[in-house]
Design a protein around this ligand. Structure first.
Ligand code: HDE
Length: 719
């Protein structure tokens, strides 16, 4: 039990008065009416009535954790930011991950962009890197943001669908917004359905600036690279997980940190000298573009570790307020028009959400660097400012607090930039190549990823009930890749041969006074000519060298061979995996040697989609019982269908053969299916039938290697 301090022992009201009865309101007699005088009841209920605050207008669903960041070596050549200069400094951080479209109670597994917001509590003030798990964004100018969000949110007349982009208004908007096409490729890819928040990349998206102590500035793109690799689930699984455990990602993050398996990311930077600003076949200020890693490599400069769960979800995860404008000396903004709009939006929205101008005083938002200024009062002010001087400059307090110098006193100053231009509402022509990076992304995907992407388009557009919207999307896809467009069109029952990518389509969203030709997308040959694919864009190329924190289900029943269970469990646990015993019921399950094994889940309370891999140990009775249990067979079939690693020993193999795995192997007559192909489809399934009495399964080592692979996508092609 946790230790309770003396002053925490007694229940009090909010004025600190001890309460002797918190179960009954004050009444006239035991059966009489309640008195208005009951200040204890009124205070308790009033506080409860006001427990909810407005949820975030976007990114409402989130999960957070504390940790720290440490730079590997000084980056002083590029920036004077102290937390990036001193490798001995551990800067505390708070990170909040989120989905974008759903409301606070929605499922973690929505197909969506994930927010990846990091607050660094540096000793020079708070720096917020408010990024996403995709490196590009849908739109190029902040002016379009409310429209984008209105289109993706549930439709306003009936508030349907929750946390889903698969509906008509979203695709109506996208189909006349060609600039979104690159981000749409990411959204339709498996990146939008991560296996874990701990297995996602993060990106600052916009180009920022770093400034060194000489005042020289560099363009920079920020990246987070997860040490566990980048992994996703299948769309079918995502939908099932949403029902089985809508908190799947939140729970996964919590449990990993709770068990000491701290998630880690390396911070990467792509640095571009100012003189090279115009040496790219795209505009560095355009947030719909990446800088391919082949053009500018990502330098890994430090590590983020998350090692503490929040104590209170509301006080920390809900009340944390990120703002792209929270910046420290040595870092600065670029003129990206999306970033410029964001600089206004975050503070503005938080004034409403957190009820006034003093939310920076909430514990989770409070900087570690001291705050002194002449700002005063306002709703919910915590600081009790003393004295009569609340202005500057002043003489009555020696002019304190005064402005600091940029050099010795480490004040912030904006990087110097010469600007001139007409006051106009316009967009730079250098922003109008909307397709070549969408194509680059698609071409860089593995075959399995391409198929998933096609399926995602078919699913999403299949939910659109206006034919012209679907057709417009097919037309846009024709500009990205003909095969992609043809596959999607065929599933939607559209004859793509009859469609042309007409100018009218691309001009639909052009402002009234614009020259429509000026808005025509352009395809600069440079990028197409030089770079056909980029390895970093495919998850197939991610790290596959660890099974740390992978969830492995052991399917057992009474009579299981406990030696197999123990040996496999100790091997997998030693490699960092999390083993769960799944049985037909909860409680102790007696093994064939009379040892008892406690079930972590029953077949009623869990499901294959909540695991990464499956082990079926031997034991005649166990295999027999499970073969009679439809839920066990479903469990195995789903693990097989979702391309997961499966290992079975002795009678476990017999059980496997009574499931769909056996059906697959037996149904095709010899010769009907190419044996090589059959072998391919069975990759990831490990069957060990001749382990002698007294021997241990020798398959653990091999099984671990399979789990590292995450999934065996070739299996998808078996039907
Ligand atoms: Fe945001 N965004 N955003 N956004 N954003 C918010 O701020 C906004 C954009 C991102 O966990 C809001 O406090 C505008 C890009 C994250 O608390 C709001 C534009 C990127 C989070 C807002 C963008 C992001 C937000 C809602 C276009 C990736 C969650 C609640 C100009 C680089 C932070 C809040 C958290 C949240 C506005 C585009 C990331 C309304 C106007 C691009 C991770 O201020």
């Amino acid at each position: 039990m946790t230790m309770i301090e003396d002053d925490e022992k007694f229940l009090t009201n909010n004025q600190g008065v001890r309460i002797n009865d918190d179960q009954n309101s004050l009444k006239v007699g035991a059966r009489g009416p309640t008195l208005l005088e009951d200040f204890i009841l009124r205070e308790k209920i009033t506080h409860f009535d006001h427990e909810r605050i407005p949820e975030r207008v976007v990114h409402a669903r989130g999960s957070g954790a504390h940790g720290h960041f440490q730079v590997y070596k000084s980056l002083s050549h590029y920036t004077k930011a102290r937390f990036l200069n001193d490798p001995t400094l551990k800067t505390p951080v708070f990170v909040r991950f989120s989905t974008v479209a759903g409301s606070r109670g929605s499922s973690d597994l929505a197909r969506d962009v994930r927010g990846f917001a990091v607050k660094f509590y540096t000793d020079e003030g708070n720096f917020d890197l408010v990024g996403n798990n995709m490196p590009v964004f849908f739109i190029q100018d902040a002016m379009k943001f409310p429209d984008l969000i209105h289109a993706v949110k549930p439709e306003p007349h009936n508030e349907i669908p929750q946390a889903a982009s698969a509906h008509t208004t979203f695709w109506d908007f996208i189909s006349i917004c060609p600039e979104s096409m690159h981000t749409i490729m990411w959204l339709m890819s498996d990146r939008a359905i991560p296996r874990s928040l701990r297995m996602m990349e993060g990106f600052g998206v916009h180009t920022f600036k770093l400034i060194n102590s000489e005042g020289k500035s560099f363009f920079v793109k920020f990246h987070w690279k997860p040490l566990l690799g980048v992994h996703s689930v299948l769309w079918e699984e995502a939908q099932m997980i949403s029902g089985k455990d809508p908190d799947f990602h939140r729970r996964d993050l919590w449990e990993a940190i709770d068990s000491g398996a701290y998630p880690e990311w390396e911070l990467g930077v792509q640095i571009v000298e100012e003189k090279d600003e115009f040496n790219f076949p795209f505009d560095l200020l355009d947030p719909t573009k990446i800088i391919p890693e082949e053009m500018v490599p990502v330098e890994r400069i430090g590590k983020l570790t998350l090692n503490r769960n929040p104590d209170n979800f509301f006080a920390e995860v809900e009340q944390v307020a990120f703002h792209v404008g929270n910046i420290v000396p040595g870092i600065d903004f670029s003129d990206d028009p999306l970033l410029q709009g964001r600089l206004f939006s975050y503070l503005d929205t938080q004034l409403l959400r957190l009820g006034g101008p003093n939310f920076h005083e909430l514990p989770i938002n409070r900087p570690l660097a001291p705050v002194y200024n002449n700002q005063r009062d306002g709703l919910m002010r915590h600081t009790i400012n003393k004295g009569k001087v609340s202005y500057g400059p002043n003489t009555l307090r020696g002019n304190y607090p005064r402005e600091a110098h940029v050099g010795s006193e480490r004040a912030f100053s904006s990087s110097r930039q010469q600007l001139s231009g007409d006051k106009i509402r316009d967009r730079s022509k250098s922003f109008f190549d909307h397709f070549s990076q969408a194509t680059l992304f698609y071409q860089s995907q593995s075959e399995a990823e391409k198929n998933h992407l096609v399926n995602a388009f078919c699913f999403e557009l299949g939910k659109v009930d206006v034919l012209s919207v679907r057709e417009r999307m097919v037309k846009l896809l024709m500009r990205v890749d003909q095969r992609l467009a043809a596959c999607v069109a065929s599933e939607l029952g559209i004859d793509s041969a009859k469609l042309t990518v007409g100018e009218e389509l691309l001009n639909l969203s052009v402002p009234a006074d614009a020259d429509p030709h000026a808005y025509q997308p352009i395809t600069p040959p440079a990028l197409e000519g030089r770079l056909k694919t980029s390895a970093a864009l495919s998850m197939a190329n991610t790290i596959k060298s660890t099974i740390a924190t992978r969830r492995v289900a052991f399917l057992i029943a009474e009579g299981v061979n406990e030696r197999f269970v123990e040996a496999m469990k100790s091997n997998l646990s030693a490699a960092g995996a999390v083993v769960s015993i799944v049985a037909p019921r909860l409680g102790e399950i007696k093994g064939s040697g009379d040892k008892e094994i406690r079930a972590d889940f029953s077949l009623l309370t869990t499901s294959s989609v909540l695991f990464d891999a499956l082990y079926i140990p031997g034991g005649i009775q166990s295999a027999h019982r499970l073969a009679q249990d439809e839920r066990a067979i479903l469990f195995i079939n789903e693990a097989f269908t979702h391309c997961k690693a499966i290992a079975a020993d002795n009678e476990g193999v017999t059980l496997l053969m009574t499931s769909g795995v056996g059906d697959f192997l037996n149904s095709k007559k010899e010769g009907e299916i190419d044996p090589e192909k059959r072998k391919e489809f069975m990759e990831g399934v490990l069957m060990n039938t001749d382990i002698k009495e007294g021997e241990e399964s020798s398959s653990a080592h091999h099984f671990i290697k399979l789990i590292m692979q995450h999934r065996f996508w070739k299996r998808e092609n078996r039907t």
